[in-house]
Design a protein around this ligand. Sequence first.
Ligand SMILES: Cc1cc2nc3c(=O)[nH]c(=O)nc-3n(C[C@H](O)[C@H](O)[C@H](O)COP(=O)(O)OP(=O)(O)OC[C@H]3O[C@@H](n4cnc5c(N)ncnc54)[C@H](O)[C@@H]3O)c2cc1C
Length: 385
Amino acid sequence: MIDQESLDAIRDGVRGLCADYGDAYWRDIDAQRAFPEAFVNALTEAGWLAAMIPEEYDGSGLGLAEASAILEEVNRCGGNAGFVHGQMYNMFTLLRHGSEEQKKQYLPKIAAGELRLQAMAVTEPTTGTDTTKIKTNAVRRGDKYVINGQKVWISRVQHSDMMILLARTTPLDQVEKKSRGMSIFLVDLHAAIGNGLSVNPIGNMVNHETNELFFDDLEIPAENLIGEEGMGFKYILDGLNAERTLIAAECIGDGRWFVDRATAYANERRVFDRPIGQNQGVSFPIAESHIEVEAADLMRWRACEEYDAGKPAGASANMAKYLAAKASWEAANACLQTHGGFGFAHEYDIERKFRETRLYQVAPISTNLILSYVAEHLLGMPRSF
Ligand SMILES: Cc1cc2nc3c(=O)[nH]c(=O)nc-3n(C[C@H](O)[C@H](O)[C@H](O)COP(=O)(O)OP(=O)(O)OC[C@H]3O[C@@H](n4cnc5c(N)ncnc54)[C@H](O)[C@@H]3O)c2cc1C
């Protein structure tokens, strides 16, 4: 069992930092569609984003449980960990599959925040969730790989120094298994942009910096390949359980924020000479949200426990992400409804958090894909794709 008291110091520390970046800060960043540089720098300098980097590479060497408490607290305080979570988990591929030389070269700099590895490019416009059909390809030429293709929805590229890229190195019709023949590369964004890589921002519902990428004969050094050529898809999948659990934690933070705000407003707002929370039509959806967030939280801790013990965590991590994203979304709805018209006013921050938490039904994995994982891998029903 995870000792919750041991996580209290982490929660207190993150909460203390977040207190300097209150509602007005996030509202302003959202209105300007800006990147919260000051907050990201403060979180980095305090070392919170280096939680899961081992101590030998200058990180804190903490587990998934501690890391999840950090991101949960950011969202619980009204912020949006989506601006920073990539820095925490994109390095998993490097840590697990990179060479010792690559790890020594990059991980200490990532831990210190000197190097931002906030971006990971997997999704493509023509293939979507069907990742093994990606068309972006990398062809080896001497001591370089030449990249051609297109990616879409790639987040935080403009606020990263390096990016993890998944590209096909062996054409699909030449591999025994469709999951083979893809490789992972580290792309130095400063060197690449304007020299074979172009970046087009995508305007979207959330204040989330995300982009279309075009690769036109981009050359990258062959030494930027991570691990073995052809094994990239497996490497990406390896990092997903931790990523899904961390996203679940963010949703739990959001869910608690919505429940707190809704409860406070239901107690304070008087209509028909009584607090609106006295009406069960108002209080029940909030109570229901509380129950669902708490249930999702139990699954989150199960995923953390399994992952930190080195046990298979796929089932729990996927179910935690599913439950938490659903619970936070339903809590968002209940909170908005409780606030009536005021829920739509920017100054209450609910419409902002409502948009932010909605994303997690779709990205980094859509709800249907989790259901299909559970149906096939846990329940033994036929593979659907
Ligand atoms: C703001 C934002 C940021 C993102 N950041 C990144 C990033 O940094 N890097 C990155 O690589 N990607 C990123 N993504 C992409 C995200 O991971 C994908 O949008 C997501 O995985 C869904 O893929 P898709 O949009 O291509 O949907 P599609 O694959 O086109 O699917 C559309 C809908 O159909 C459903 N569907 C498709 N096939 C099936 C099936 N077989 N069974 C049941 N339902 C199915 C899906 O669940 C979905 O609801 C981001 C997306 C957004 C919106």
